[in-house]
Write a protein that binds this ligand. Structure first.
Ligand code: FPP
Length: 228
């Protein structure tokens, strides 16, 4: 049976979930935020050590300003409201991506929550915010080139240690909801050996029951990591 240490999820389909119900897209995002909470608590209670969620990509800025503003507000509201969930469930909060561009209240809340949960030991829940894998790798190279390593023998591990995910294990299982079969610039380095699972379920309808079924099938898969 495969161990599941690091689960990553591309949460897609909020807008379509709302549109087919004749509701504004923002209602889909609101419902999606509730699912983030349920899935996070379930993961903490089911011994998953890392959960990384794609919450806002470097490409999402292309959306209409009203939707971007709404997502920023929702995120801040979520982090404030759920602070107790992180504290009561021993969950460590982390953000990856370039958060420098966010407004001060959001940046402060991210830093405060990272700080107040840094000793927590059950689940590490990571939100990828203004995150894109190419941007992460590019930032890593800029960092390394400013202070180039003396020898290149261990360059691969040096790169890994300088990514935003420097202290996380590789992703074991990547799930994408919403029916599209693509990776959309998410954790390209970290999913090298991950099992991939695509479900048509829109994120607001994704449930702990479906997650548990996906994990059961993941556990039975044979993972060879390039060997036989
Ligand atoms: C994709 O749905 C989802 C996003 C761009 C953002 C993810 C945000 C949430 C799940 C809610 C807020 C998150 C937190 C952590 C509070 P989409 O809008 O691309 O849907 P579509 O493909 O149907 O248009």
């Amino acid at each position: 049976m495969n161990n599941l240490n690091h689960l990553a999820i591309i949460m897609d389909g909020n807008g379509r979930w709302a549109q087919i119900r004749n509701k504004p897209r923002k209602i889909g995002h609101q419902e999606g935020a509730k699912v983030v909470r349920d899935i996070t608590i379930w993961c903490a209670k089911n011994s998953i050590k890392y959960l990384t969620l794609f919450a806002f990509s470097t490409e999402n800025w292309k959306r209409p300003k009203a939707e971007v503003d709404f997502l920023m507000k929702l995120l801040l509201k979520y982090l404030k409201k759920e602070k107790n969930t992180y504290l009561q469930n021993n969950i460590r909060f982390k953000a990856i991506g370039n958060i420098e561009v966010f407004n001060n209240p959001l940046k402060d809340m991210i830093c405060e929550l990272e700080e107040s949960t840094k000793m927590h030991t059950s689940l590490t829940q990571t939100l990828a915010l203004n995150y894109g894998s190419r941007d992460e790798i590019t930032r890593t190279f800029k960092k390394l080139l400013k202070n180039p390593p003396q020898e290149l023998e261990n360059l691969e591990s040096l790169i890994a240690k300088n990514l935003d995910t420097c202290d996380f294990p590789d992703v074991d299982l990547l799930i994408r909801t919403g029916g599209e079969m693509r990776i959309s610039n998410f954790l390209l380095w970290q999913i090298s050996y991950a099992e991939l699972y695509f479900t048509p379920t829109y994120w607001p309808e994704f449930s702990t029951t479906e997650l548990s079924d996906i994990i059961k099938s993941y556990k039975k898969k044979e993972r060879r990591f390039g060997g036989l």
